[in-house]
Design a protein around this ligand. Structure first.
Ligand SMILES: C[S@@+](CC[C@H](N)C(=O)[O-])C[C@H]1O[C@@H](n2cnc3c(N)ncnc32)[C@H](O)[C@@H]1O
Length: 249
């Protein structure tokens, strides 16, 4: 075998297993890479129920108020979207998977319109009978001018899913849509990425403070052992979930 062939066979491969159960390098996934995973139905990150940390923290997040405006970045087809609507809130989400976003409407027979929003290079799916809007496109194209401001942000598996080198850019977009009243609930993981290729990528309290703490008060409000059989297949011995409540200073 020539040297050229050896190089070809190893390109893009990582010695570490990723969440999709193979050894592709997932440290720098693009929207195209995510859509390939969606196409192969590699969406085990999807929870078929409302996320327990969201239901546990909802009163602290909303202060018991209804009719709030929620942003759910990198929302996938999360059941949390439909649940937040049922709680009487407006919900805006974003994901690069068109199939995932469409499923959110279709599983509850929610009628919607489709409009291309050139300024954010995304397709906006908008319910006609309730306050649900999902942007299908690259999160990094979003701007406050298009989205407006939010009362609450629910971030599950999102900051920890983007490439680590893009975290500050991600945080800056979230910070731009916050007001003094906004509460940002952030769900992160402590995970050994020397063993597991990710995503999720490890995010400590120190790092949350590095990206967000210069503008916000960051309070860790929950911490739990989130190890399941799935994480055991990644070769991990520990997988800890940490939840932060974040508000502008
Ligand atoms: C780990 S999943 C979490 C999904 C969702 N938050 C949930 O709880 O089920 C990460 C999601 O981010 C989406 N994604 C990744 N990078 C993105 C980007 N740059 N713009 C928009 N969506 C992106 C993927 O398609 C995927 O649905």
């Amino acid at each position: 075998m020539s040297n050229a062939n050896v190089i070809d066979e190893t390109r893009g491969k990582s010695p570490k297993v990723n969440q999709f159960g193979d050894y592709e390098d997932t440290t720098n996934m693009s929207c195209k890479d995510w859509n390939e995973r969606w196409g192969k139905k590699q969406t085990q990150f999807h929870m078929p129920k409302v996320h327990p940390m969201l239901s546990k923290c909802i009163d602290r997040l909303t202060d018991g108020k209804k009719n709030l405006r929620f942003f759910v970045p990198l929302c996938g087809k999360s059941m949390d979207l439909n649940w937040l609507l049922e709680q009487g809130h407006e919900v805006v989400g974003c994901d690069c998977s068109e199939a995932g976003c469409k499923e959110v409407f279709e599983r509850d027979s929610i009628p919607y319109t489709t409009e291309y929003r050139q300024n954010v290079k995304s397709t906006l799916l908008k319910a006609t009978d309730r306050k649900l809007s999902l942007y299908v496109g690259d999160f990094f194209q979003l701007q406050r001018k298009e989205l407006g401001e939010f009362d609450c942000v629910w971030d599950r598996g999102s900051l920890v899913a983007v490439p680590v080198k893009k975290r500050q850019e991600y945080a800056d977009i979230i910070l731009s849509i916050m007001t003094n009243e906004t509460r940002y609930l952030l769900d992160c993981f402590l995970v050994n990425n020397d063993i597991f290729g990710g995503p999720p990528f490890n995010c400590t309290e120190e790092e949350v403070n590095k990206y967000i703490g210069h503008q916000c008060r960051v309070e860790k409000i929950e911490e739990r052992d989130a190890m399941t059989n799935w994480q055991k297949t990644w070769g991990l011995k520990s997988f800890v979930e940490e939840v932060y409540m974040i508000r502008l200073k």
